[in-house]
Write a protein that binds this ligand. Structure first.
Ligand code: ATP
Ligand code: MG
Length: 295
């Protein structure tokens, strides 16, 4: 069985704080660290303990009301974003946590700068905000399908070859700003292989309970796989930082990716100085007075 210390070491392996030497091809989506399939049951148990730990940490985050936490999930289709969010976060008080899914932008959203819609959904102090897709789509799907840029109504002279590096710079500046305002950021790329994605799409066709998840559009996007991998690689290289690291999580084994994500969030929360607020002498006196009044 893995000791807690092993798990924190494990999480570090997948954490990118400086992207300079990062290469996506160095990370095998089928990797499951030191564990094999036999570890699956232990992983489920650690995940369940992790849920309890997260619930306690989140309560302190909420009570202290100083930090906010932003968790960003990016991945190819069927990599398991939805399932990971569900399994990792299910023990948390729904009042302290908010999930926002970002789909193709609406006409109103396209009439604004590209960070507008995500800014509106940022978590307030004491809360955990989860972005299921995010402003990173602006350097992923929009980069792979550059025709989407035309729909963004940008002035012509601002659309040049430099646009992707400019977007990286803008995202980095914004994340630094958020970090300096007490928003702890954790970004996850669930790295699934093309082969495993095919298997999961076929399961969506074969199993009636999964039929609703199938989309022909997802299958069409597979044709652009290499372009997506290049875009992810470049994105991580340019936007990983100590205050907003990318966790590149092997996602062919769901039990493993959920374990890594859960431990990474726990470690992020533990790194904050979370504590229940201490009462002042005045407040203690008030409580005493209330006790007497109630009796
Ligand atoms: P699921 O398939 O599990 O329901 P999903 O996140 O894939 O979840 P979909 O409705 O299938 O949700 O897809 C959302 C689509 O919106 C994705 O193809 C994504 O690339 C696209 N999208 C998100 N943000 C942008 C953006 N800024 N510009 C263009 N397309 C975007
Ligand atoms: Mg989809």
């Amino acid at each position: 069985m893995a000791k807690k210390t092993d798990l924190s070491q494990l999480v570090k392996q997948y954490c990118v704080e400086n992207g300079k030497r990062f290469r996506l091809r160095d990370i095998d989506p089928a990797n499951s660290g030191p564990f094999d399939e036999d570890f699956k049951d232990d992983a489920e148990r650690i995940l369940s303990e992790g849920r309890e730990q997260l619930a306690e940490l989140q309560e302190k985050l909420y009570a202290q009301d100083r930090w906010a936490v932003l968790l960003i999930f990016q991945a190819m289709d069927a990599a398991g974003k939805d399932g990971t969010i569900k399994h990792v976060m299910s023990g948390i008080n729904p009042q302290g946590c908010h999930v926002t899914s970002f789909k193709a932008p609406s006409a109103e959203e396209l009439d604004h700068d590209f960070l507008w819609r995500t800014n509106k959904a940022l978590p307030e102090r004491g809360r955990i905000g989860i972005f299921n897709r995010s402003y990173y789509e602006e350097v992923l799907v929009v980069r792979v399908h550059q025709e989407f840029l035309a729909g963004q109504h940008l002035p012509n002279k601002l659309v040049s070859k430099k646009i992707w590096s400019e977007r990286f710079a803008d995202i980095n500046a914004m994340e630094r700003y958020l970090a300096r305002n007490g928003i702890a950021i954790c970004k996850f790329f669930l790295h699934v292989s093309k082969k495993e994605q095919k298997k999961r799409f076929l399961a969506r066709l074969d199993e009636p309970a999964k039929n609703w998840k199938f989309s022909m559009k997802d299958v069409q996007e597979r044709a652009h796989w290499d372009k997506y991998m290049h875009a992810y690689d470049d994105m991580i290289r340019n936007t990983a930082s100590p205050h907003a690291p990318w966790y590149v999580v092997p996602a062919d084994h769901k039990w493993f990716s959920r374990l890594v994500v859960s431990q990474a969030i726990i470690q992020t929360l533990k790194s904050l100085d979370l504590a229940f607020p201490k009462l002042t002498t005045e407040q203690r006196k008030e409580l005493e007075a209330a006790r007497i009044a109630l009796r």
